[in-house]
Design a protein around this ligand. Structure first.
Ligand SMILES: C=C(O[C@@H]1C=C(C(=O)O)C=C[C@H]1O)C(=O)O
Length: 290
């Protein structure tokens, strides 16, 4: 055995303590969970928030188009009934999402206040240092996660609108598409926290009495803009037409063939995405003065 030098010994001792120093640093500075932060609050306006929601429409429409390539394969969604996942009481998709979230948690995904896990229990600690950002949201934002409802709606209502039952052995590719859709829906709907914060900041005198009275209906009325919602529905239908057409070198593309029926999009937004976004807004506002 080579005798190790005094310098090396010191170095090894320090390295041994690195994980402990890191954890201590996170606890002391209260970075645990890194809930409510953003790069810079100066550009945080209702306009910038709406711009983000518009860009997120593109993501969601593209992800639905990708998912529509595949059928609905029941073995992916039935608990404990997956022929290639013996011994698991979860469905293939649940297992896939849990394991993927664990990896992404380690790489800091849930340090972002825009991201919410579907299976928050027992997620591993992040290995990544939290970003150095400014706090935008009230700390109560961290307690709002409606992914259970989003999961149920996606599997039971949305999927049947864009695909039908069939056989396909590409389980992992299909589950990957499902995860993309679920994450895009979750990000869009929970973005309601930012919408609510900017609306509150713009008019605290209007929102405060309704918050103090814990009046959900009054809050819902204050934050709803029907004309904006109508525009959103028209725009997402158009996006499904434009993004989902068959592109050829002929002059008249598509001929009415779309990868996702464009009428699904206004329905998705009108029945689920916007109502849930508003639900998140109300939940956030109810806690805004805690
Ligand atoms: C997001 C907003 O708040 C509400 C929710 C909307 C949505 O989810 O797209 C649209 C209009 C509002 O009724 C907004 O005002 O932009």
């Amino acid at each position: 055995m080579h005798p190790i030098s005094r310098e090396r010994e010191i170095l090894y001792t320090v390295l041994n303590f690195v994980p402990a120093i890191y954890i201590l640093h996170r606890k002391v500075l209260n970075f645990e969970g890194a809930i409510v932060v953003m790069a810079d609050s100066s550009g945080f306006t209702l306009e910038s928030v709406r711009k983000s929601l518009i860009r997120q429409e593109d993501t969601l429409v593209f992800n639905l188009i990708e998912r529509a390539k595949y059928p609905i394969v029941p073995q992916l969604y039935d608990d404990g009934n997956c022929p290639i996942l013996p011994g698991s009481s979860d469905s293939f998709l649940e297992s896939f999402v849990k394991e993927t979230e664990a990896v992404q948690a380690k790489f800091g995904r849930y340090q972002s206040p825009e991201e919410h896990p579907f299976f928050p229990d027992k997620l591993p600690e992040s290995l990544v240092l939290p970003p150095r950002t400014t706090q935008i949201l009230h700390s109560a934002a961290a307690s709002i996660n409606i992914n259970k409802a989003i999961w149920d709606i996606y599997i039971n209502k949305v999927l049947p609108l864009i695909a039908s039952e069939g056989r396909d052995d590409n389980y992992t590719s299909i589950a990957g598409c499902d995860l993309q859709c679920l994450q895009a829906l979750s990000r869009r709907i929970h973005y309601g926290k930012f919408v609510a914060e900017v609306k509150f900041k713009d008019a605290p005198e209007e929102y405060t009495p309704a918050i103090q009275a814990q009046d959900r209906d009054a809050l819902m009325k204050l934050l709803t803009f029907e004309s904006v919602e109508e525009m959103v529905k028209k725009r997402v239908e158009k996006k499904a037409r434009v993004f989902g057409q068959d592109v050829t070198l002929d002059s008249n593309d598509s001929q009415g063939n779309f990868k996702v029926n464009p009428s699904v999009l206004p329905r998705l937004y009108g029945e689920w995405v916007m109502p849930l976004t508003k639900e998140v807004q109300v939940e956030y506002l109810l806690r805004r003065l805690d």
